[in-house]
Design a protein around this ligand. Sequence first.
Ligand code: PGA
Length: 253
Amino acid sequence: MRKLIVAGNWKMNTGIAEGTKLAEDINKYLSSNTLPENKKVIIAPPFTHLVPVSKVIDPSKIILSAQDCASTENGAFTGEVSAKMLKEIGVKAVILGHSERRQYFKEDSEILLKKVKIALKYDLDIIFCVGESLEQRENNKYFDVIKEQISETVFKLSKEEFKKVIIAYEPVWAIGTGKTATPDQAQEIHEFIRNKIKENFDENIANGTSILYGGSCKPSNAKEIFSKKDVDGGLIGGAALKCDDFTKIIEAR
Ligand code: PGA
């Protein structure tokens, strides 16, 4: 049975005290509410928060993730943080290919594949994001865009490697905009992605891969989106910054 996942992407938000308190509160919630075995919670705080947050969470209840890692192992790369460094502080996963990284930091498939490979070398799980822009959706290019984004990156992995990958479908026009894909729009793409995984790898891998929806997911719409058969949870931005909202979303799946 594939994992149902609710992941919080904090982006560049919260101070250390505030972020640590948020992590503590989520941990408290999970200590008094037992989740089914296949349901997992991930949080991805900013780099500076990872160590203090790691000290207040129970790693059997919350998987600690980073929001990015370097495409190289070490060396003269000012400002970068490597997968090895993340591993060393107890980080278990990393978000790669987020549309904000693609858009503002010009990350393309070539660099993303390098990041994916290096994250795998350090045994990190990968939340790999894909999604089309508004223009691409309006021009009916979205299937092609998504296909390209996965073909050029995670589809180049071996079957064993791909088992460490979670896909997050995040239509760029829905991120932080308050506009959400309809449950049917999400299902259409999730099913498409799962079929492509089946073609590229095999049916078992396709059925075992968690595909998350992201983009203005909140307590009021999570249940409906998550009810679709190929939607295995969500990657949550804004609504992951309030414990109450985030835990309601956890309950929705
Ligand atoms: P949002 O962000 O929930 O604030 O739209 C989602 C994301 O970018 O991961």
